[in-house]
Design a protein around this ligand. Structure first.
Ligand code: 0X9
Ligand code: ZN
Length: 426
């Protein structure tokens, strides 16, 4: 075993030495791996690569079982992974081609690489689907670290979890608002991570500060924390809230059928056991009440409302209750087209744009319709993020960053639209 290992080590090391150390490594085919060596021998094998060309160690704690984060150039990735396999060292490929996120990398490669991969707090990084407590901890961390980030609590869930969000703002003067939520549907895990990626970029990356100069951002990454936790602990495919229904043993309401515009008129169920149960009345759920009360408290200021869902790669705009188009349909399409173009420029991901009823299906009681029709948002979209896994709701963790990065381009484009159209100098 040892002799074989030695051969593998020598092969890997000599291959690695073949690269000119003076050259900046190409990001084409460069892979981002997280390696978890669980013995001292395995750790020293990984460490051997530390100063070799073709390897860029972003984080190495040199303690057994602590994750090692490493970028490996295309010409070394295969042999390195074979060596890890041979040595039975556990690893995950977080990004299999850094070039796929080149939109974010080409300005200043080195800076951006470290920015993408640096853990944003001791416990948070974009390589796993966080639990509710980890989301909260990360929001609190960002709020205490950055003056322009404030933690907000918009209400409590049925099971009494705080529904937190952040305000990202350059000053106390009220400005036009971009309001974003995620996780209305519990199982759509890529939505909260994309909201958290957006929050982290606005909080930590100074090059984004122009985005909140004349716009206030309110972002709520987990609107349905009870359902979200349940999808982690009990049933991965849970969609609804977790409220107890009278006269039924089935739990929960589809929060996205529970908003009070044309409630229960189409595409919603009155059966508490259905996944699209609209609830006993509009806003029966504390989670939808929380969003309602928050949005109404900012009425007139909320210019854009975005709700992150998965999956399908759609920019859906109102209406979801009728195939008639709203008066501002041309604006809704124009703003979405710009956002989709920005998103596509990162790695070619294509989104379909249209009204919910016309491109997906009719379903009344959605937050998007209510935000535009009642709360007065000028533009309102449900963004159906990409899917993955056999059910579509289960993309692997290595999709968190690519989806976050490309979607942030779309979100920035919508933020700039709000800033240009309504923002003054503050
Ligand atoms: O059905 C939904 O609530 C959304 N799709 S999902 O697969 N994430 O469940 C689409 C909602 C679109 N908006 C409205 N129908 N108002
Ligand atoms: Zn959804």
């Amino acid at each position: 075993m040892y002799a074989r290992l030695l051969l593998v080590v020598i092969a890997a090391v000599s291959l690695a030495r073949g690269i000119d150390a003076e050259n900046v490594p190409s990001i084409h085919g460069m892979q981002y791996l997280i390696v978890i060596p669980d013995t001292v021998e395995k750790m020293s094998f990984v460490q051997e690569h530390e100063r070799l060309p073709g390897f860029d160690f972003l984080e190495i704690k040199k303690r057994v079982n602590s994750p090692v984060k490493v970028l490996v150039t295309a010409d070394h990735a295969k042999s390195f992974k074979s060596a890890l396999d041979a040595y039975e060292i556990e690893y995950t490929v977080i990004l299999d081609d850094l070039n796929a996120v080149r939109g974010l990398l080409n300005q200043d490669q080195a800076l951006k690489l470290s920015l993408i991969n640096r853990p944003t707090s001791k416990t948070y990084s974009f390589d796993f689907f966080p639990r509710y407590n980890q989301i909260v901890q990360h929001l609190k961390y960002l709020a205490q670290k950055h003056e322009h980030v404030t933690l907000i609590e918009i209400g409590k869930s049925y099971e009494n979890r705080s529904i937190y969000g952040v305000k990202i703002s350059s000053s106390a003067t009220p400005k036009p608002i971009v309001l974003i939520d995620a996780g209305i549907h519990a199982r759509e895990w890529i939505a909260p991570t994309t909201a958290l990626y957006t929050i982290t970029q606005l909080a930590e990356n100074k090059t984004n500060s122009n985005l909140y100069k004349n716009v206030d951002w309110f972002i709520i990454p987990s609107l349905n924390p009870d359902g979200y936790e349940f999808s982690h602990t009990d049933y991965r495919m849970w969609r609804k809230t977790r409220s107890v229904n009278n006269f039924s043993s089935c739990y929960g309401v589809d929060a996205n059928r529970n908003f009070g515009l044309k409630w229960m008129t189409v595409g919603a169920s009155s059966n508490p056991c259905s996944d699209t149960y609209a609830g006993p009345k509009p806003f029966s759920e504390p989670e939808t009440q929380a969003l309602r009360d928050f949005a109404l408290s900012k009425k007139g200021l909320v210019k854009a409302y975005l709700t992150l869902h998965s999956y399908g790669q759609y920019f859906l705009h109102p209406w979801g209750y009728t195939s008639d188009l709203p008066e501002n349909a041309p604006t809704l399409r124009y703003v979405a087209e710009n956002a989709a173009k920005a998103l596509k420029s990162v790695s070619g991901t294509h989104y379909v744009i249209g009204s919910s009823t016309n491109v997906l299906y009719a379903a009344a009681g959605g937050s998007d319709d209510w935000a535009m029709g009642v709360a007065g948002a000028d533009v309102s979209y449900t963004i159906e993020l990409p899917g993955g896994g056999i059910f579509g709701f289960n993309p692997p963790p290595n999709r968190i960053l690519p989806v976050g990065i490309e979607t942030f381009e779309a979100i920035k484009s919508i933020g700039s639209y709000v800033g240009t159209r309504w923002g003054q100098r503050y």
